[in-house]
Design a protein around this ligand. Structure first.
Ligand SMILES: *Cc1c(COP(=O)(O)O)cnc(C)c1O
Length: 483
């Protein structure tokens, strides 16, 4: 039973128990019914509200603070997508619901959402087809590398290696290794892009695939990407696009047109769900025509009569990679977001993401070293090396930002930059917020010579102050709570 608003009683005033809900309960066979009511804790509304309000206030959240965490992009949920994901027609669905039930077609709308999301993502990336099953970016990578393996196995030559640049996200070599490949790491040149001569030297007929992030984790778009793709293809390797940074190029360039054969996207980075917080995520994978037959099952098919169905008839498929059909609420939010923004809105997202990042980069370079200082895409990486000479580390500055109500950027990544701070403002922040961040970073740079102890003691505004990180790792206590 549940309480619903009774529409018959003047708008939203009356609350009553829905008759239909009661009858669902009454129709349940006796053996499935409870003998006793559930033993639920009894607490007042006020206690419940206080509990959750206090919990939410313990979080350093994007609803309260600027969050320039690099490589994580979309840090918030647009509120309208939350409303759509909360609609009962979606939330009340059970994943085992028949696709076509007595003409009622209960799950048809949801299948249509997944189908249309896959079509839109194909259009945006220049791929033939997508699967929305993978549950995270790393899971999408594993799916993609398994497709690479299936492709070569099918061609009769398994091949041994996957090439990744040293600027890559750690999940790239990890996914390649889990799928059974040895990883060849190619270093980054002075221009911030994969060293192309070294790449040529390492490429051989045992290389199965090349995994690239473009723009990469330094926020730099590789202008020689087509040349790299041509070289890889000529030696029989497939090109894999790590699309976690797609928000920099949506509507501007398509990985498929740049020569990539497989791509994963992070819906929880570029399409209306926040990254971090432990999920749920969604890492859909798209492929070019010749690889469609390897995609995981089930696929969503559109029948001639316009209805949608699950299709298991793909004998060359890599099989199941997740239960059911992916994290549906994340897919739904991404769909709502794409439809609402439309083509021009999505282009606007990438333009503003890049503009905001370059505004910060050009303002901060007066105070910090920027090792790969050139026009960046959606993010850039500074080095705290100048300040390090005075004994101040990236970590000290990160802690100081907390005292100034700013979430620290990603620190110590990518690994190729010493004392790295990877800054990504995203498209949604105002100029006032960006200017405030510049001011606080300028203060931090000045304090590193004038009063370094302020930075070394930060944060002073949090309940526990500066954490002893070694102790936190060795003597983990997740139960810290003031009550
Ligand atoms: C976040 C990220 C990933 C991994 O995505 P998850 O959803 O965290 O598994 C891969 N590559 C890059 C460049 C990323 O930023």
């Amino acid at each position: 039973m549940r309480l619903i608003f009774d529409k018959s009683v003047e708008g939203r005033k009356g609350l009553k128990i829905s008759d239909s809900d009661v009858s669902v309960q009454a129709n349940l066979p006796k053996k499935y019914q409870r003998d006793n009511p559930p033993n639920l804790p009894q607490v007042s509304e006020l206690d419940v509200v206080r509990h959750y309000s206090n919990l939410s206030a313990m979080n350093f959240s994007v609803d309260a603070n600027f969050y320039p965490l690099g490589s994580c992009t979309m840090k918030y949920n647009p509120k309208f997508t939350e409303m759509i994901a909360n609609m009962a027609g979606f939330t009340d669905l059970h994943p085992l619901l028949p696709q076509l039930l007595g003409g009622g077609m209960l799950a048809q709308g949801s299948l249509e959402v997944i189908y249309k999301t896959e079509r839109l993502l194909s259009e945006i990336t220049g791929m033939s087809s997508f699967t929305t099953h993978p549950l995270a970016g790393a899971h999408g990578e594993l799916t993609g590398v398994m497709i690479i393996a299936a492709y070569h196995k099918h061609a009769g030559n398994r091949r041994k290696y996957i090439i990744v640049p040293d600027s890559s996200h750690g999940t790239n070599p990890a996914s390649a290794a889990i799928a059974g490949y040895e990883v060849i790491v190619v270093s980054t040149g002075k221009d911030g892009c994969m060293d192309i001569d070294e790449f040529k030297n390492r490429l051989n007929d045992q290389v199965a695939g090349v995994m690239l992030t473009c723009p990469n984790t330094l926020g730099i778009f590789n202008p020689r990407i087509k040349e790299i793709a041509d070289l890889a293809h000529r030696s029989g390797a497939l090109m894999y696009y790590d699309g976690a940074n797609l928000n920099a190029i949506i509507g501007k360039a398509r990985p498929g047109d740049l020569g990539f054969d497989i791509v994963h996207l992070n819906l929880h980075k570029s399409f209306a769900a926040p990254h971090g917080g432990g999920g749920p995520g969604s890492g859909p994978v798209g492929v070019k025509e010749g690889l469609v037959k390897f995609l995981p099952i089930p696929r969503i098919a559109k029948r001639n009569d316009g209805t949608f169905a699950l299709d298991y008839n793909y004998p060359d498929s890599i099989g199941y990679i997740a239960s059911f059909y992916g994290n549906f609420s994340v897919i739904l939010k991404a769909y709502a977001y794409m439809v609402y923004l439309g083509k021009s809105g999505l282009i606007d997202v990438s333009e503003k993401a890049v503009l905001n990042a370059n505004y910060l980069r050009s303002s901060l370079k007066k105070y910090f070293d920027i090792p790969y200082d050139r026009i960046c895409m959606h993010e850039f990486v500074i080095s705290v090396s100048k300040q390090k000479q005075k004994g101040i580390s990236a970590l000290d500055i990160a802690k100081y930002l907390i005292d100034n109500k700013i979430h620290p950027p990603t620190v110590y990544f990518p690994l190729i930059v010493k004392e790295a701070m990877m800054i990504e403002p995203a498209e949604t922040e105002s100029k006032e917020t960006l200017d405030d961040f510049i001011r606080v970073m300028k203060d931090a740079a000045e304090l590193s010579s004038k009063s370094p102890e302020i930075l070394r003691c930060a944060p002073v505004s949090t309940p526990v102050g500066r954490l002893d990180e070694v102790k936190a790792a060795k003597d983990l206590n997740l139960r810290w709570h003031k009550r």
